[in-house]
Design a protein around this ligand. Structure first.
Ligand SMILES: NC(=O)c1ccc[n+]([C@@H]2O[C@H](COP(=O)([O-])OP(=O)(O)OC[C@H]3O[C@@H](n4cnc5c(N)ncnc54)[C@H](O)[C@@H]3O)[C@@H](O)[C@H]2O)c1
Length: 274
């Protein structure tokens, strides 16, 4: 169902890799709500070709951008402004990658070259993006920026490794830049802390299946799906949430406020000695 929440709004969506991507599902949802969209992803991800299918479906151009490149980011923002005929209204940063996880390096034996790259892709890229839109005066008043994060920024989830540190940095950048952007022209910046979700990035986390089942049992509402995450992000891009900024917003079925659930206690009691 469409409520026309984003009628007349224009925005960029980073990170649609395939149909499971949170960004992919959000792009479709924003389109349904009346938004015009520019899609972007790393050139290497785009070579896989799936994004063109989405582009056709929502009638959006695709502009490549490796988020670690200043030149790519400049090009993306300038080309998007050309496409939209001026400033735009929202951005979804749905980008994350851990080099150490990918290379099988444990948290206690990180390769710091990889770590720098992980932070550049997953966290500093939000600063680069915001600074580039700032430089080009690309955002309308009351624009909304959302970046996706995970609760490992606040609590220890061992399998999440260096991505926990990357997400803590991402959330801090959202707060810090959100302050400056609010004063400049009422642009708001938030992070959404999503439940574990079966995507390419998600399932790359060690022990993901155990992890997602645990989260399901610990969340009174159950894990939030990617489709529900897309709904929530859409409200944050809309004018119904104008005074929400510099927040880390949990979209997790209550997981973050739950110490333990009856379901987890029941599970723990299964193996009790008689
Ligand atoms: N899946 C989960 O369990 C979960 C939970 C909470 C938060 N998140 C976050 O949601 C976001 C989206 O991930 P997803 O789960 O939809 O997985 P996904 O794998 O579909 O998306 C990750 C995207 O990052 C892009 N990317 C990687 N390196 C890049 C670069 N250098 N330049 C540009 N783009 C690059 C990939 O191409 C991909 O499109 C990530 O920030 C992730 O950490 C995911």
């Amino acid at each position: 169902m469409s409520y026309n929440l984003l009628k007349g709004k224009k925005g960029i969506i980073f990170g649609a890799l395939d149909e499971k991507s949170i960004a992919w599902i959000t792009a479709i949802r924003c389109h349904e709500e009346g938004a015009s969209i520019v899609l972007t992803n790393a050139p290497v991800a785009m070579r896989m070709g799936a994004i063109n299918k989405l582009a056709e479906q929502i009638n959006a151009p695709v502009i490549p951008c490796d988020v670690t490149s200043d030149d790519d980011m400049n090009n993306l923002i300038m080309k998007s402004m050309e496409h939209f005929g001026g400033k735009f209204d929202f951005i979804l940063h749905s980008v994350g990658m851990s080099l150490n996880m990918r290379k099988g390096k444990s948290y206690t034996e990180l390769n710091y070259g990889f770590t720098q790259k992980t932070f550049d892709i997953s966290s500093v890229s939000l600063h680069r993006l915001l600074a580039t839109t700032w430089k080009h005066n690309a955002l309308n008043e009351w624009s909304s920026i959302v970046a996706l994060t995970y609760i490992a920024a606040q609590r220890v989830f061992p399998g999440y490794s260096e991505m926990a540190d990357a997400k803590a940095l991402l959330e801090s950048i959202a707060r810090s830049f959100g302050y400056h952007y609010a004063l400049k022209n009422k642009v708001r910046v938030n992070t959404v802390s999503q439940s574990p979700t079966r995507t390419t990035a998600g399932t790359g986390v060690k022990g993901f299946e155990g992890f997602i089942r645990y989260a399901e049992k610990m969340s009174p509402l159950g894990n939030a799906t990617a489709a529900d995450c897309a709904n929530y992000i859409t409200t944050l891009f809309s004018d119904l949430t104008k005074y929400v900024t510099m927040q880390n917003l949990y979209h997790d079925g209550g997981f973050s406020s739950t110490g333990v659930s009856n379901q987890v206690i029941d599970q723990m009691e299964i193996d009790l000695p008689k």
